[in-house]
Design a binder for this molecule. Structure first.
Ligand SMILES: Cc1ncc(COP(=O)(O)O)c(C=O)c1O
Length: 497
């Protein structure tokens, strides 16, 4: 049996959609107007490097190729396709204007080694984006170089380490609440700190929980705010004061900034260093492991340690400054994901100050709308209002239907499921983040689907337990999909089978 067939069998794929390789017919191709690529290749590539045989690519006519990939594209789900309430991911709509600006030749054709004089536009965008983010967060300086939220966290923790090294202080411990996003402890540990988990009370970190850990060994605290339960850490100011009182630093994971923009500034809450996720809050593509950006904002005391290069003004020109002796060094081979900055900056200009504030207000309102409509039908672990996401659980759900089964049944109703089984502190969590993108009509449809599932669980639990019923594939073997994500397909193996 071919590897592809084994993979299909293992993954529970039973339908017979041929692969593009299986549609291959020798001699078929699309139509190409221009020089013969075979001749061109020989002109361009030295003979000793030209492959001896053509690669075994499928030979398919243009119409078949277009149909094949168009059909496959309809099997994908995306923000452009429909409501995507994946909690903690802020799957907001990415305006197409972002694509236009990030596709402008001046940005796309700019080589990272181009002399500064050729790159004044990009350097200006770089510098203005950093200033805007600093203002939104109430911080003194920003680096936009980290390429993801987790990369920003690591950068932030390296800054803390450099700060203590510079002061010749040996501080080893970093406190993390039990609600922390998984990347937080990983970043602290990678930066060389020892992670100490602190218990939250009713989903929030309290000053009392911090007090026993205050010592000269404490490097600081990492706190996600709003936290992964969609709740605002209301004790943050008092907690910051406590951490500062023993010489520690406060790191805030600002990946959930979509709930705060224009309303509250982490810098005013005592935060010394934080990252934010452009690819969530500022509407740049997110998901599927695409390029991201996790800018880091700092207070003045940490500014000398920011990664190089920094953009600075020299006369009327912008230049890249690498002469920063205390810097933690370079974070990336070049400067980061520059076209993601263009997208984020476009979004900011388009929205303006008031628009960003409104986005946050609507994101919070939408989450609370869903919460209010569902709270009598789905268990809510915390009684008070939420921020940008609403958390439910399968506790007491009829027919012993589980969170996984609710999520699978939602697919039948045409919705991408919310985040499930995270955060871990809530057993069987369903975490719904509608973002500001959704209007009332779409949210009402989603709420109606969840209410229907609840009725189904009561009347006919088996219907929910065996969902999805209306998709090309039913239950996939998710463990195999995660362990063997890449299908190595060798067309030779299937010949004659
Ligand atoms: C609270 C929080 N922190 C950190 C991250 C990590 O961000 P990234 O996936 O860009 O590394 C995420 C991801 O969405 C997040 O929700």
């Amino acid at each position: 049996m071919s590897e592809e067939k084994i993979w299909r069998k293992r993954s529970g794929i039973t339908w017979e959609e041929p692969l593009i390789f299986e549609k291959s017919v020798a001699g078929q191709s699309g139509f190409w107007v221009g020089p013969d690529p075979a001749v061109e290749v020989e002109k361009l590539i030295p003979a000793k490097l030209v492959r001896k045989q053509w690669a075994e690519l499928p030979e398919v006519g243009e119409a078949e190729v277009v149909r094949h990939f168009s059909r496959l594209s309809t099997w994908n789900y995306s923000v452009d396709h429909g409501f995507y309430p994946l909690g903690s991911c802020t799957m907001k709509y990415n305006p197409k204007l972002n694509e236009f600006t990030s596709g402008l030749e001046g940005f796309t054709e700019l080589h990272p080694e181009a002399p500064e004089s050729y790159a004044q536009g990009m350097l200006e965008l770089w510098s203005r984006l950093e200033q805007a983010l600093a203002e939104i967060c109430g911080m003194d300086a920003v680096t936009i170089q980290p390429c993801a939220g987790a990369h920003g966290e690591l950068c932030g923790m390296l800054l803390c380490r450099a700060y203590f090294d510079d002061r010749k202080e040996k501080r080893t411990k970093v406190l993390l609440p039990d609600t922390a996003h998984g990347t937080n402890p990983a970043s602290a540990a990678l930066a060389g700190f020892e992670v100490v988990e602190v218990q939250t009370e009713n989903g929030l970190l309290t000053p009392e929980a911090i007090k026993p850990h205050l010592s000269s060994e404490l490097a600081g605290l990492m706190l996600t705010n709003p936290n992964t339960l969609g709740r605002f850490e209301k004790h943050i100011e008092e907690i910051s004061k406590l951490v500062h009182s023993c010489g520690g630093l406060v790191y805030m994971d600002g990946a959930n900034l979509n709930a705060l923009m224009g309303i509250a500034r982490p810098g005013d809450m005592g935060v010394d260093v934080m990252q934010m996720n452009l690819h969530k809050t500022f509407s740049t593509p997110h998901g599927g492991g695409g390029p991201g950006s996790g800018p880091v904002a700092v207070k003045k005391v940490l500014e000398p340690f920011l990664p190089v290069p920094r953009v600075k003004k020299e006369g009327d020109r912008l230049v890249l400054d690498c002469d920063r002796p205390k810097s933690i060094g370079r974070l990336t081979a070049w400067f980061g994901n520059a076209l993601i900055w263009v997208r984020g900056f476009t979004y900011m200009l388009r929205m303006g100050k008031d628009g960003l504030k409104l986005a946050s207000e609507l994101a919070v309102l939408n989450a609370n709308y869903i919460r209010a409509k569902l709270k009598d039908h789905y268990h809510i672990p915390y009684p008070d209002a939420c921020m940008h996401e609403a958390v439910f659980s399968d506790h007491g759900f009829p027919g012993e239907v589980t969170t996984m089964e609710i999520a699978k049944r939602l697919i039948d109703y045409g919705f991408h499921p919310p985040t499930i089984y995270f955060p871990l502190v809530v057993h069987g969590a369903l975490m719904i983040e509608p973002t500001e993108t959704e209007g009332k009509a779409r949210m009402d449809e989603f709420i109606a689907a969840l209410l229907k599932i609840r009725d189904e669980a009561e009347a006919n639990p088996e219907l929910v337990k065996s969902a999805p019923h209306h998709t090309p594939v039913a239950r996939l073997d998710e463990v195999s999909a995660a362990r063997h994500p890449v299908l190595r397909y060798n067309p030779k193996e299937t010949k004659g089978q």
